[in-house]
Design a binder for this molecule. Structure first.
Ligand code: UD1
Ligand code: MG
Length: 446
């Protein structure tokens, strides 16, 4: 049997933040979501999370994880105290307890599987992940005996100068034999510089403690302050970009761009400086993104061009050109070869193939057919102060510069609207409409 507990009750004092530490994002995903995603394949019989500081906020953010049992730690007296809180939940449990620190977000599932295997093989009371660090500052140091078994873990602030030189550190990921741990768990004391109950003190109290050294220290990097958070972000970004470069994506200035892990790219994509992909994006072959574009949860077909623009939760057809300085808002669908030009905002609209909205327009709650030409400054007036209304325009129609279309309204196909018109009633197919007051021209005497 396997139980997993994630420790996430701590305040994260060193982050200096109102947000619980484990909710800070790393490449768009919170630390805690990352920890949770590496336990999925282990199929635990029970999965617990210890919460405390800002428990409500944390619980709310994790409500989609229906298999997670929340355990409250109040007050937060240390990692050992956190694990003591789960005793009532594991009364009849017999098996392995995997303890994960909520602030170690880059762990891989394979490493956890190897830890479990190694633990069972060695018949230890506890096996935990360790690594050797060039600069081990902030971590608990691991001390072993001649046969390689662990004698104790000493937190950095409790180490003397000699002990502090030890580069072998505790990664904060443990596999305990629950039976043996539960026998000694309540005998932990808080005799240390922080006056906290440390989980690491269980090591010297248990019958046999082993450590499993991971090769890549990056995988067990703990996040305690914003510096470590940014270091991790940089490393994740470097990895993501070099992965996609190997798959055929060019970056003009990689360090100024950021990617999400859930984004996918075709080949011959060019990403110009200051361009960011967030959430789940699918980018087709030959797209040219940026400079200065942000794309969030969107799908772009092949050969889309997006310069200095924001595309949010939308679908963009093949060969579409967007920007500079365009804003495509959620639930929009732009047809193949359409053009969304400078200072154009599209909101929750369907734009047909080959339709051009080149300059200074707002198109909201609209459905536009194919090969329409929207004149400069055309606005769909979709809001009557209370409700939003729809604008429909048929194929091959043209709106003159500065037209206002007062929704709800249906403009037929092959319609031409004269410049400067405010149209507030439906217009049939194949018509010309102008709504404009007559110019009054008076010549001055002097
Ligand atoms: C801990 C380990 C240290 C290890 C390091 C690895 C202890 C005493 N030290 O130190 O040996 O090198 O992790 O990253 O365990 N938490 C609670 N309740 C509490 C206190 C903390 O749930 O009362 C949670 C925190 O939310 C966090 C995790 O436990 O997710 C670790 O706590 P943290 O304070 O970051 O411990 P470290 O000082 O990093
Ligand atoms: Mg920590």
């Amino acid at each position: 049997m396997l139980a997993i507990v994630i420790l996430a009750a701590g305040k994260g004092t060193r982050m200096k933040s109102d947000l619980p530490k484990v909710l800070h994002p790393l490449a768009g995903k919170s630390l805690i979501e990352r920890v949770l995603s590496c336990t999925k394949g282990l199929k635990p019989d029970k999965q617990l999370i210890v919460i405390g500081h800002q428990a409500k906020v944390l619980k709310e953010s994790l409500k989609s994880h229906t298999d997670l049992e929340f355990v409250l730690q109040e007050p937060q007296n240390g990692t050992g105290h956190a694990v003591q809180q789960i005793i009532p939940k594991l009364k009849r449990f017999n098996g392995e307890l995997l303890v994960l620190n909520g602030d170690v977000p880059l762990l891989k599932e394979e490493t956890l599987s190897s830890l479990l295997k190694c633990h069972k093989k060695s018949n230890s009371s506890v096996t935990f992940l360790s690594t050797s660090l060039e600069s081990p500052t902030g971590y608990g140091r691991v001390f072993t005996n001649e046969s390689g078994l662990v004698k104790e873990i000493i937190e950095e602030r409790d180490c003397n100068n000699e002990q502090r030189k030890n580069k072998l550190i505790n990664a904060g990921i443990y596999c305990f034999n629950w039976q043996q741990l539960s026998e000694i768990l309540n005998s932990l004391t808080n005799q240390n510089s922080q006056k906290e109950i440390y989980l690491t003190d269980t090591i010297s109290l248990l019958r046999k403690a082993s450590h499993f050294e991971v090769d890549d220290p990056f995988e067990v990097q703990g996040i305690n302050d914003r510096h470590q958070l940014s270091e991790c972000e940089v490393r994740i970004q470097e990895r993501l970009k070099s992965f996609w470069m190997r798959k055929g994506v060019s970056f003009i200035d990689p360090s100024s761009c950021s990617l999400s892990e859930d984004s996918r790219f075709g080949i011959d994509v060019v990403i110009e400086p200051q361009t960011h992909l967030r959430g789940k994006c699918n980018i087709g072959n030959g797209c040219h993104l940026g400079p200065g574009s942000t794309i969030n949860n969107s799908t772009l077909s092949n050969n889309v061009l997006a310069i200095h623009s924001f595309i949010n939760e939308s679908t963009i057809g093949e060969g579409v050109s967007i920007g500079p300085f365009a804003h495509v808002r959620p639930n929009s669908k732009i047809g193949d070869n359409a053009k969304i030009g400078n200072f154009v905002e599209i909101k929750q609209s369907i734009i047909g193939e080959g339709t051009k909205i080149n300059h200074l327009s707002y198109i909201g709650d609209s459905s536009l057919g194919n090969n329409i030409n929207i004149g400069a400054g055309t606005i769909t007036a979709n809001f009557d102060g209370k409700n939003k209304h729809q604008t429909i325009i048929g194929n091959h129609s043209k709106t003159g510069a500065n037209s206002v279309l007062v929704a709800p309204i249906k403009i037929g196909s092959n319609v031409t609207i004269g410049a400067g018109s405010t149209i507030s009633k439906d217009i049939p197919d194949k018509s010309l409409v102008v709504e404009r007051s007559k110019a009054i021209i008076k010549t001055r005497k002097s």
